[in-house]
Design a protein around this ligand. Structure first.
Ligand SMILES: C[S@@+](CC[C@H](N)C(=O)[O-])C[C@H]1O[C@@H](n2cnc3c(N)ncnc32)[C@H](O)[C@@H]1O
Length: 197
């Protein structure tokens, strides 16, 4: 019911698309997506960060927008409808919508994208197992010098999430991955780049 109310308010211009990212996080995402040609976002929701990525990427780039968008009791995803409309307003590059979990999307797209990916923003399933599936699926596909940014990977005073699986998996596993190096932290966002082989 909350989703339906927000959808109607959004439809009549009374509410914006929602995001849990901060303005500084969105600016950092856009900065690292700038000029890239093969980009992936895992966890799209209303498409707020997808819009920033699409606006910043190269004009001949493609962003894969990955989200399973489960259908609710009304057999309709309000989130998907909002995301399609919001992202369609950005006249740059191309978007491919992948209605799957990050883990399944990586499995399906790996023959095509292996070593091709310039930028990944992971903001889907924030459990330990969820981020593990996304990391193990997507990190091998990123080219040397490519970027992976992780939302909800740092607990902050404004966003105290130290118990979240995504924070623990980032600290215990991802930050120790010798293939990657942390290059920036912004609020709850960790940004890493892949080291040359
Ligand atoms: C926090 S929202 C993403 C918000 C968006 N990145 C933004 O800031 O504008 C999380 C989204 O992840 C999706 N999601 C949940 N589990 C997922 C998974 N395993 N793979 C991909 N997306 C998932 C949910 O359907 C939801 O739309």
């Amino acid at each position: 019911m909350i989703n339906l109310k927000h959808f109607l308010r959004w439809r009549f211009g009374l509410a914006d698309a929602e995001t849990q990212t901060t303005a500084d996080e969105r600016d950092a995402i856009a900065r690292h997506a700038a000029g890239k040609r093969c980009l992936v976002e895992i966890g799209v929701w209303h498409g707020v960060t997808t819009c920033r990525i699409r606006a910043a990427m190269a004009s001949d780039g493609v962003v894969y927008a990955v989200d399973p968008y489960p259908i609710g009791r009304l057999r309709f995803s309000f989130q998907l409808r909002i995301a399609h409309a919001e992202v369609a307003r950005i006249p740059n590059g191309r978007v491919e919508w992948i209605r799957k979990t990050g883990e399944f999307a990586a499995r399906d797209l790996s023959p095509k994208l292996d070593g091709e990916v310039d930028f990944v923003f992971i903001d889907g399933d924030h459990s330990w197992e969820g981020l593990k599936g996304d990391w193990e699926g997507w990190s091998p596909l990123v080219k040397p010098g490519g970027i992976i940014s992780l939302h909800d990977s740092i607990s902050t005073r404004l966003r105290p999430i130290h118990e979240a699986g995504s924070v623990r998996y980032t600290q215990d596993m991802i930050r120790r991955d010798p293939r990657f190096q942390v290059i920036e932290e912004v609020d709850s966002l960790t940004i890493l780049h892949r080291l040359p082989v």
